[in-house]
Design a protein around this ligand. Sequence first.
Ligand code: F6P
Ligand code: MN
Length: 331
Amino acid sequence: MQRLIPVLNSDHVPLHLISVINTLLTAAKEISHRLHQGSLAGTLGSTLDENIQGETQKKLDIVSNQLIKNMLLETNLVHAVASEEEDDVVMGNPDAKYLVAFDPLDGSSNIDINGSVGTIFTILEKPDHAAEGKELFLQTGDEQIAAGYILYGPSTMLVMTTGKGVRAYTLDHTVGEFLLTVEKLEIPKTTQEFAINMSNQRFWAEPMKHYIADLLSGSEGPRAKNFNMRWNAAMVSDVHRVLTRSGIFMYPADCKNSDKPCKLRLLYEANPMSFLVEQAGGRSSTGYERIMSLQPTDIHQRVSVIMGSKEEVDECLGYYKKIPCTRFDSP
Ligand code: F6P
Ligand code: MN
């Protein structure tokens, strides 16, 4: 089984970019170790703080953020980082060209129940035009040069792309290295499995309500087949299932909280996951637009997400085309 770095070398990924990815993985190995230790490491539970998005921060959110941020900045290869747990971008080496945005610990409500969580990352280059601070990161998903996630599940896996397909690696704890375990991840075009937080049903817009109602009516409904539902409440592990065996993952806009019609963040959640899904032959949309074509206006911007098996996402998007949306504009 091949190690990560020779695989990236054979794809002609620049050496400095390989070093940035490798640094992310060094931090991920440490996070994996701490998660594995659970209560023994004394890092379970919440802090008294909230992040800029008003979410309570878990101790491991903070620890993971510090580890990734500090290690990346120490490389001197990173111009700036943006994180879910940082209000503003943090500047690094003014002469470096890489920008890294990350969600240090996605699905962190799973930490205290010993469930799967993940780290999501995306790497961009400093734009040619003069840009400073958060403006640096306001690039479309199509500008990403590498993206991926580390899933901390029963095994720790890296799933990543540099725009030449999607590979999966598994952390071999005995040698402390990520070894290539899937050469090419491809999402089957059709599926009978969907992932959505059903408790938000009454807050969804009409197209999503009708689409899910038709899935639930199964073989007796217009789709004429039964669907199964799965929801791990951690985007990394829900999308990992879709990448592994098909499915459609959705976190659509809803009217539960008018200040926050969408839950997932464009820059460090939706864009990197969309890059992986498209590279694996799937589709990713807000319901109205391709996610990776959106021009971001803020680093913590939220977006409606529908991604996964191509034909199933197209089925869902058909409802957005034919059913007028009364409560939401295109996010
Ligand atoms: O990062 C946000 C997140 O934790 C995702 O990982 C996950 O898909 C979603 O929120 C879970 O949301 P909910 O708490 O509504 O199930
Ligand atoms: Mn997250």
